[in-house]
Design a protein around this ligand. Structure first.
Ligand SMILES: Cc1ncc(COP(=O)(O)O)c(C=O)c1O
Length: 351
């Protein structure tokens, strides 16, 4: 006997990366930023902690949308804010896909897309990336209501050029969601395609480049009719007062975000080269993490467990195409040096 809908009963649900309670780990498993948020953010949150917390926040997050539109060079009417980009992904799937509708995404990619399709009792159509993480020939599915592309992709870190994405948008009838959680670490992005295509939705987040994963603030950029329709679907107050205070302040401090992104990109280059020198294959990353494939004779799972026992947390996926890899978030240079020292000891021991 179950009270759940059949599709909910069948699905296993999304498993987020581990968040250890004791906090004594070098945490390189969930693509958080190793640097602190702007000091302006902390001050503006403190200021927002006052009597006005008894009042609901602005349901359409006007002030933050004006700010975001100004930074991105678009109109506030083309911006929608959410409780992290995961909230926007959920609004998107509820807006555009119902039972039996086709929902397309590449594999391996952000695992939440499949969970979202299952929640709607939609038909999840996963198309395998090619070996070098280009989009496969059969990626365009006729009649699909929603197509997701994480770009740059997680967990591979690889990027599809925006001109290719534009071609896909022209060929499909449904909406095309470009999940750009890592765009600030990349050389290209698809923001400019919103002007050209009425079916493109671009997602951004403050969780990665702005060091605000704990705040939960994401935004979606699309043409007005899509934003207006999605406003009907979202929770009335999906962004709280403290997050609104944080987003306005953080966007005012582009300098600190850009400085952190530059440091992360330089550590990414250092980590990539060091891993390659040890014999790993590292996929070309445009993000704040790298996907490293272990050399023959080395078990990625054992390596992950051995690192964990040494209080270093990286991400291991026991999944097809990923079970010989580790996904490593770019930490500070010191954290990465500690990781490399431990990896050298373990790989030397033929884990
Ligand atoms: C591709 C991708 N999209 C979305 C998210 C979720 O971002 P947010 O913290 O804004 O919900 C992540 C988080 O790791 C991600 O990797």
């Amino acid at each position: 006997m179950t009270y759940f809908r059949n599709n909910i009963e069948r699905m296993s649900g999304y498993t987020p990366g581990e968040q250890p309670k004791d906090g004594i780990y070098i945490k390189l498993n969930t693509n958080e930023n190793p640097y602190p948020p702007s000091s302006k953010v902390l001050n503006s949150i403190k200021e927002a902690v006052n009597d006005s917390l008894r009042l609901y926040p602005d349901p359409i997050v006007t002030q933050a949308r004006i700010k975001i539109a100004g930074i991105l060079g678009t109109k506030p009417e083309r911006v929608m804010a959410g409780n992290g980009s995961d909230d926007l992904l959920s609004i998107i799937i509820r807006s555009f896909a119902g039972p039996g509708d086709k929902v397309v995404f590449p594999y391996p990619s952000y695992m939440l897309y499949k969970t979202l399709a299952e929640l709607q009792d939609a038909t999840a159509c996963a198309a395998d990336f090619t070996e070098d993480y280009s989009l496969p020939q059969d990626f365009i599915v006729k009649g699909a209501k929603v197509t997701f592309i994480a770009n740059p992709n997680s967990p591979s870190g690889t990027l599809i050029p925006s001109n290719e994405i534009s071609k896909i948008a022209s060929k499909i009838n449904g909406v095309l969601v470009i999940d750009e959680a890592y765009a600030d670490f990349a050389d290209d992005n698809c923001l400019h395609l919103v002007e050209k295509h009425d079916n493109i939705l671009v997602l951004r987040t403050l969780s990665k480049s702005y060091s605000l994963a704990g705040i939960r603030l994401g935004f979606c950029i699309a043409q007005e009719p899509l934003i207006q329709g999605m406003m009907k679907v979202k929770d009335s107050y999906n962004v709280d007062r403290l997050s609104i205070a944080a987003v306005v302040a953080t966007l005012d401090d582009q300098k600190s975000m850009k400085a952190h992104v530059e440091k992360i990109k330089s550590t990414r280059q250092y980590l990539t080269k060091s891993l390659e020198d040890m014999g790993f294959f590292v996929y070309p990353s445009q993000t704040n993490f790298v996907l490293a494939r272990c050399m023959k004779g080395i078990s990625a799972q054992k390596l992950y467990l051995a690192l964990k026992s040494r209080k270093i947390l990286v991400r291991y996926f026991n999944l097809r195409r990923l079970d010989d890899c580790l996904r490593i978030t770019i930490g500070t240079k010191e954290e990465i040096d500690t990781l490399l020292k431990n990896l050298k000891e373990l790989v030397g021991n033929k884990t």
